[in-house]
Design a protein around this ligand. Structure first.
Ligand code: MEV
Length: 323
């Protein structure tokens, strides 16, 4: 029966994490490591999933049971993506889905959002619906919110649109920015962070000290707006200064860690334009922007601080069919 292979990129947030959850902007770039999903139609009204990267093997259930009962963690995003799609665009066939990832889910590159986007794009093509990027974004973002309850959707936008984006909460603004690749070095802290736990941690503080958090978010917003301008001018020195200031804000928010601080400080000492954590904090990755001739030194210092340097391409293409 008919089948399709679709892939979508992972992401790294450049500036604006946390405040972007609260009606504010961020900058995000799509990274070269991709999630790949094969979807095959079948005659039995059954949903089958193989996602060995997240320990889901031989998982099956009837299409009418989607989203019901115990759903293994690794199957959630794919299963709820199919459920939401089928509720909006009902179909009779069964589905065999296989997912593979070029990056580990531990890095915080957004594997869940990328697989959600792949499934919706694949079903849209298989059912000849040709959904627009915004329609794919809306359905994928709804799926992420159904599961996580929280999140700005910037990772979903990066998977759909690719490139480098200026993004406002929930997709109120999704603006592709004309840049080539970014002079970025990425370091993994070795610690897997849980985004929802960190969002909740900041929210609790917001209840106790609303003015403090509001003030930090206002500062981050100014940094994001200025960074957008510098990104378009490719003024990496100014962009780096803004990254450093954002890192100070994130430390004040309480989401950085000693390890992330050591990695970012090490990068700046080695001559990076700027460095900061990228994502929810508490672990995952940090990013540095650095001149070509300083990259090696920057990478060495990130490793000295206990980080693992991950080679990535930036500003890559969004969700696409693989022929
Ligand atoms: C997590 O990668 C970034 C946060 O801003 C959450 C989100 O925007 O969904 C903390």
């Amino acid at each position: 029966m008919k089948s399709i292979v679709v892939s979508a990129p992972g992401k790294l947030i450049l500036l604006g994490e946390h405040s972007v959850v609260y009606d504010r902007p961020c900058l995000v770039t799509a990274v070269g490591q991709r999630m790949r999903v094969k979807v095959e139609l079948s005659n039995e009204a059954e949903f089958q999933l193989e996602a060995p990267d997240v320990q889901v093997v031989g998982y099956k259930k009837s299409i009418s049971e989607l989203g019901k009962g115990e759903v293994p963690k690794g199957a959630k995003f794919v299963e709820f993506a199919v459920k939401n799609f089928a509720e909006k665009y009902p179909f009779k066939q069964g589905l065999k889905i296989e997912t593979t990832s070029e990056f580990s889910s531990k890095l915080g590159f957004g594997s869940s959002s990328a697989s959600t986007v792949c499934v919706i794009k694949a079903l849209s093509e298989l059912m000849n619906l040709k959904l627009s990027s915004k329609e794919i974004f809306d359905l994928a973002y709804k799926t992420v919110l159904d599961i996580q309850g929280k999140g700005s959707g910037f990772d979903v936008a990066a998977a759909v649109y690719g490139g480098t984006l200026y993004f406002v909460t929930g997709g109120k603004v999704i603006e592709p920015l004309q840049v080539d690749s970014l002079p970025m070095v990425v370091g993994y802290s070795g610690v897997k962070a849980d985004t929802v736990t960190l969002i909740n941690q900041v929210k609790e503080r917001m209840l106790k000290e609303p003015e403090v958090i509001e003030n930090i978010y206002n500062q981050i917003t100014l940094l994001v707006e200025e960074a957008k301008k510098q990104l378009l001018k490719k003024d990496w020195q100014k962009f780096g200064d803004l990254m450093n200031k954002d890192q100070v804000c994130l430390r004040q928010l309480g989401v950085s860690t000693d390890k992330l601080d050591a990695m970012t400080n090490g990068a700046v000492q080695a001559g990076a334009y700027g460095a900061k954590l990228s994502g929810a904090g508490g672990g995952d990755c940090m990013i540095a922007f650095a001149p070509l001739e300083k990259r090696e030194e920057v990478a060495k210092n990130i490793e000295k601080a206990g980080g693992e340097v991950i080679n990535i391409e930036t500003n890559v293409e969004g969700v696409r069919e693989e022929k």
